[in-house]
Structures are given as structure tokens and as C-alpha cells.
Design a protein around this ligand. Sequence first.
Ligand code: 1HE
Length: 258
Amino acid sequence: MNQNSDIHFEMRGDIAVIRLTRPTKRNALNDALIASLRHIFENLPENTKAAVIAGDGDHFCAGLDLSDLKERDAGQGMHHSRSWHYALERLQYGPVPVVAALHGAVVGGGLELASACHIRVADESTFYALPEGTRGIFVGGGGAVRIPRLIGVARMTDMMMTGRVYNAVDGERAGFAQYLVPNGTSFDKALELAQRIGSNAPLTNYALMNVLPRIAEQPADQGFITESMMSAIAQAAPEAKKRVQDFLEGRAAKVQKS
Ligand code: 1HE
């Protein structure tokens, strides 16, 4: 399924595990890696319930492979940026939820990749930056759309204008990651969450990946209507009926205080 030695794919039960395996270059993403990511998410095995993406070595991902930054005219630059968009859209709106296991550098295009995932789990070594600002370039992998939705336009502007780096604690508070875990444990936590997510009704996961983000972009009056339609479709599904019945008859777990 994958011929690129800079990325590794395996199934752990029904969870797809994708690892960037280019630690000598801090998992910097070249064109071939972006193409492989797209290929993997377009060809996940049918039984896949969720996915985890992680990076080998001391860093999740150092972003765009700068040695790949060829002389491009405007048209070629546009196509290059769009190639990232297509790959990360396959991930964000693909068949299954994706959990990113973060550690070390999550910078530039690495942050763009992480922000396309549905859940981000960071360990204490994680840091976030957008060095594009200081390198004289601009985000091109969807970051201008996705990152402000996580942290707001003001924080992203600050990061790119001033080169500000967020550490793991401040990054979690700012909204980069939903989980902050001890050093070296982000993969295990991500896998645990992926397994839990994979046990949801598939239609619920589909709605969370594909419908919720669209509702959030709609004006409220349209959002309410879309919500009602999704709600009606979800509750009519046999799986939802069974899960509600299981709860009413004492067979399903109660919500527990954490
Ligand atoms: C790279 C890259 C890379 C490392 N492209 N080769 N991203 C950046 O501007 C971030 C650039 N990288 C760094 O700031 C640092 O490498 C890290 C903080 C991520 C890690 O530091 P460290 O000390 O662990 O590693 P290092 O010694 O800097 O790098 C090890 C090797 O990886 C070295 O190569 P070597 O041949 O000298 O061993 C580095 O050159 C190489 N390396 N990062 C190419 N990014 C869709 S548009 C997205 C636009 C962007 O992402 S721009 C931001 C790019």
C-alpha cells in the first residue's frame, strides 16, 4: 500500500497507524511524503475505524522540506500549495477520525498537518511555531484556514509576525491540542483515544468529521436547520436506537465524573 520509506503504515486491529519515519530530517515533508499521505488516506482498509498519526525521533514534524523549496513561478507555487490541500482534505474529510500524537517540534507545515487532524494529543516536549513568517514565506498547506479556527487570528498573526513559539502548556491553553500528557506518552494516549473513537457509531463519527465543521461555518439560521437534519438522520439509524435502548435497560455505561 505504501512504497515510501519516509512513512510507515500499519494496522493495529482496526486502527490505522501512520508514522513519519524521516527523523534525520525531523520528518520534514517533501512532495513525495505529501503524495504518500494522500495515497494512504485514500486507500485505508475497509475495516479501519480510526487513525493515529505520529512522528519518529525527537520531533513530530519540522514542516515543509525547505531543501525542496524550488524556484517556482506563481502558477507552480499555487499547484504545490494545492497539493497539500488535497492531501490534508483527504485526511480531514476522509473515512475515519484521525488523532495526532505530538511531541517536539510541530512547526510550519507540521502544524498544518496536525491542525487537519480531529484530535491532537501533545506531550510535554511539544512546541508550536510558524517560522514561515521569518523565512519570508506564507503558510500554504491549509494553515491559514485551519489554525485560526483552533487558536484565533490574533494568535496566529502574532506567531507569524514575531516568530513566537508556544510551549506544550501554553499551547494546550491556546487551543492547539485537546490533550496534554507526560513526556513520551502521546502515542499511547492517541491510540487509546482512537480505539475509543472507533467504538462510536460510524454515523456519529461521520457527522462530527463532516457535518459539525460545516455547521460551524454556516450562519446560525442555516446551521440550526443542518443540525436538525443531521440529528434526525442520526437518531433514525438502527445503531442509535440500539444504543439508547441499551442505556435505558442498564446495559450501557453511565457518564462518569473524571
Ligand atoms: C530540515 C528541516 C526542514 C530540519 N526542511 N530540512 N520549517 C522550519 O523552518 C523549521 C526548520 N527546522 C528547525 O527549526 C529545526 O530543525 C527543528 C526545531 C525542527 C529541530 O531542531 P534540531 O536541532 O533537532 O535539528 P536540526 O539540526 O536543525 O536539523 C536536523 C537535520 O534536519 C538538518 O539536516 P542535516 O543534513 O544538516 O543533518 C536540517 O537541515 C534538517 N531539517 N528541518 C529541510 N523543514 C505548505 S507550506 C509549509 C511551509 C513551512 O512549513 S515553512 C517552515 C519550515
